[in-house]
Unconditional design. Structure first.
Length: 132
């Protein structure tokens, strides 16, 4: 659980704005921040119409916060759950194990949500491929 400065649970919207999206910027998954000189950082991002924008800032934190606020798209925190489950399934982990990890009551829920990837990696064990 993430907390605010008062130690109370952070609201989801604040977590997304203050923690998650700036983390995506720093990881290079949303927009771009580059150092252009001493105390100079260039923030670049695309909006919903795919128009590229940029602005200059004196700190990396300000630049990342600006990209986080202005850039369109980005990975959602919940996408990590989907990515992890899909990875487990495609790596040959038995469905009942993935079901338990995800907390699903029925294996069919796990199969319906996470077996849509289409292809399995080369050398994947055939016994986990399921019906074609």
């Amino acid at each position: 659980m993430f907390t605010n400065q008062a130690g109370d649970p952070m609201l989801r919207s604040n977590f997304r704005r203050q923690v998650w999206r700036p983390s995506l910027v720093r990881a290079g998954l949303l927009g771009e921040v580059t150092e252009t000189g001493p105390d100079r950082f260039r923030a670049a991002w695309r909006d919903r119409e795919s128009v590229e924008w940029s602005a200059e800032f004196t700190t990396q934190r300000e630049a990342a916060a600006h990209v986080a606020a202005k850039a369109a798209g980005g990975l959602r925190f919940h996408d990590l759950r989907h990515g992890y489950a899909t990875y487990l399934i495609s790596s040959g982990v038995p469905v009942n194990v993935v079901q338990a990890v995800m907390g699903h009551e029925q294996a069919s829920t796990t199969l319906n949500r996470y077996t849509h990837t289409g292809r399995l990696p080369p050398g994947h064990p055939r016994r986990f491929r399921g019906p074609r």
